[in-house]
Write a protein of this length. Structure first.
Length: 328
């Protein structure tokens, strides 16, 4: 069958994104064919498009989507044709009307969650799940602990604000404008800092009585790196899970001692969802938070699949707060 898909033939700007006809066949062993209602937009898509994360070319983009399972291959037992489903998964290729893909990271979507919400929340929500539940400082996190979360008005950040509040954590948000700071506060952040105006590390020390935070969750990278290290309490953890402002600089190992015997880690979602069992457990946790109303996905913008270049330009210009989806 012939479907529409977004491809790039060379790395570069948003103009490289082309909507073309593709042939979609039958799923093989361990695969499904899914017809998308919506797919999610994430900054990793920009990294893959511009060559920061190199892909074999020509390449398809998109890491998350939601829709209806049309067919299943041999060995797939957790899904059947007609199931509502959603995923965050490799390989890329969600920017399409339908696709054949590995089944292990595709989960049944509860009826209480819309396709748009499913498409907007899977990669971001599972990222928050592994950060707040698994990427933890020495001794873990307890209610009342302070954590610092950068880019808190983005799709991942707004979910993190809500999830942290549900866990009783005091999340200190950073964002690039007063309006974005207010959005983070409205979603459950205990404090918010406009990092374009204030020295966020100094403000963190003020908020925490000079001690610093147990953990910093940093997807910004180069621009926040030094301040993130300076925001940590002794034995604190810096979890670097992205580099929207550029890659972090090299660090001398002795710096960790000088900062208070601190730790650094660079986790990825796809390590955590390497098996169906781990994906299902994380997904169940996420679905539970969403169905209970403790986490709501803020969809700021919706684009037609053919308007994907405009969507990428808006994402890079930081015009999108919360999440955005492409509608098929």
């Amino acid at each position: 069958m012939t479907e529409k898909a977004v491809v790039i033939e060379a790395p570069g700007g948003a103009e490289q994104l082309k909507l073309v006809d593709v042939t979609v066949g039958e799923p093989g062993p361990g695969e499904i064919r899914i017809r998308h209602a919506a797919c999610g937009l994430n900054y990793i898509d920009v990294y893959q498009r511009n060559g920061t994360y190199a892909l074999p070319l020509p390449a398809r983009l998109g890491m998350e989507g939601a829709g209806v399972v049309e067919a299943v291959g041999e060995g797939v037992t957790h899904l059947k044709p007609g199931d509502r489903a959603a995923y965050a998964s490799q390989p890329p290729g969600a920017y399409t009307t339908a696709r054949v893909m590995p089944a292990k990271c595709v989960l049944k979507l509860p009826d209480a969650i819309s396709f748009e919400t499913g498409a907007a929340m899977m990669l971001k929500g599972l990222t928050v799940q592994y950060l707040l539940r698994k990427t933890l400082p020495q001794g873990g996190l307890q209610a009342g602990d302070h954590v610092l979360f950068h880019a808190a008005a983005g799709g991942v950040g707004l979910i993190a604000c809500q999830w942290a509040k549900a866990l009783g954590l005091q999340l200190i948000a950073t964002a690039g404008s007063d309006e974005k700071c207010q959005l983070a506060l409205d979603h459950g952040a205990a404090h918010a800092i406009n990092y374009r105006r204030d020295d966020f590390a100094a403000r963190v020390k003020e908020i925490t009585g000079g001690r610093g935070v147990k953990v910093v969750y940093d997807s910004v990278g180069a621009d926040t790196w030094e301040g993130s290290l300076n925001s940590l309490a002794p034995f604190g953890l810096l979890a670097s899970f992205g580099g929207a402002s550029g890659p972090v600089p090299p660090i001398a190992i002795g710096t960790l001692a000088a900062k208070g015997s601190v730790y650094i880690t660079r986790p990825t979602l796809f390590t955590h969802i390497a098996t169906h069992e781990s994906t299902q457990a994380m997904g169940d946790d996420l679905f539970g938070m969403v169905v209970s109303g403790q986490v709501r996905t803020h969809i700021d913008r919706r684009y037609a699949l053919g308007d994907v270049a405009e969507a990428h330009r808006d994402l890079e210009a930081r015009k999108i707060t919360g999440s955005a989806v492409l509608l098929t």
